[in-house]
Design a protein around this ligand. Structure first.
Ligand SMILES: Nc1ncnc2c1ncn2[C@@H]1O[C@H](COP(=O)(O)OP(=O)(O)OP(=O)(O)O)[C@@H](O)[C@H]1O
Ligand SMILES: [Mg+2]
Length: 263
């Protein structure tokens, strides 16, 4: 059995903190000595530009060394890996042509499992302790592939009125994926962009705590401008400014994610 844990960060609600959470959890895991591969599954290239400057990211997108090419060619994902500047932290970058991925997947044999099969040889080699996948804000064949390739799913939810709207659709979609990939579990909800001064925040927490389908992680992430500065410098906040509030919160969330993922 593979010891590599595959964790995806998914929520069809845009701007819920998927990429920020994926990039920081990935970096925090590597800082704890874990070997990590991150996969940018979104045409916005946000995970890619969390680590590389825009020119480098666009270079990867055009080079054919990216997730779209791997899925199109149905090859070992290890052939598409690029190193980041952090030890033990690698990435398969995204492509700006990712919108075409649904058309690529559609005619393929067992089309929900194309990514899963690309990951098999990587897992079999045991190169990584964790593979983290950043999903786009959609619910379709590609996100189904991401879920079917995952052991665990983390759902980042923005602590705002609209952050909760539509969450039921996400749970329904995950239930459909679970019929195809029964071992996949929701690991938990990660609350992001929290503002404790707002009355609404407490209500959001109570609602999420009361959900039957899943746990809410105890460590939530508050609004912090250090995150935007870190993203402007193509460096996750846990490495950019270790003492910042969000860096500490993301480090604690990472430990909580590890605790449940390694169960
Ligand atoms: N804790 C935070 N404090 C301040 N800003 C934040 C925080 N978390 C995320 N952001 C900002 O919110 C925006 C959305 O975050 P992010 O890109 O991580 O969400 P997403 O779910 O990946 O979005 P998409 O659905 O477009 O992929 C970004 O501009 C990011 O800088
Ligand atoms: Mg994103």
């Amino acid at each position: 059995m593979s010891l590599t844990k595959v964790i995806s960060f998914a929520n069809n609600k845009g701007g819920s903190g998927k990429t920020t959470t994926c990039s920081n959890v990935g970096c925090a895991l590597s800082m704890l000595g874990k070997r990590v591969l991150m996969i940018d599954g979104d045409m916005q290239l946000n995970l890619t530009i969390s680590y590389f400057d825009e020119d480098t990211a666009l270079g990867f997108a055009k080079s054919g060394k990216n997730i779209l090419a791997a899925v199109k060619e149905e090859r070992d994902l290890g052939e598409y890996v690029v190193p980041t500047r952090f030890e033990g932290l690698d990435m398969v970058t995204s492509s700006s042509l990712m919108s075409g991925i649904e058309f690529e997947l559609f005619p393929k044999w067992q089309r929900e499992f194309v990514l899963s099969k690309c990951l098999e040889p990587v897992k079999a080699r045991g190169t990584y302790d964790y593979i983290l996948i950043d999903a786009p804000p959609t619910l379709g064949g590609w996100v189904m592939n991401i879920l079917c390739a995952s052991d665990d799913v983390v759902i980042p939810v923005e602590a705002s009125p609209w952050g909760l709207f539509g969450l039921a659709n996400m749970f329904d979609f995950i239930s459909q994926a679970k019929r195809l990939a029964p071992r996949m579990e929701i690991l938990g909800i990660a609350v992001t962009k929290a503002d404790e001064r707002k009355k609404y925040f407490k209500q959001t927490l109570e609602t999420l705590k009361g959900l039957e389908q899943t746990r809410m992680f105890e460590n939530y992430i508050r609004v912090d401008s250090a995150i935007e500065w870190s993203q402007d410098s193509s460096c996750p906040v846990v490495a950019y400014k270790k003492t910042s509030r969000s860096a500490v919160e993301y480090s604690n969330l990472t430990k909580e994610i590890m605790k449940y993922a390694d169960r």
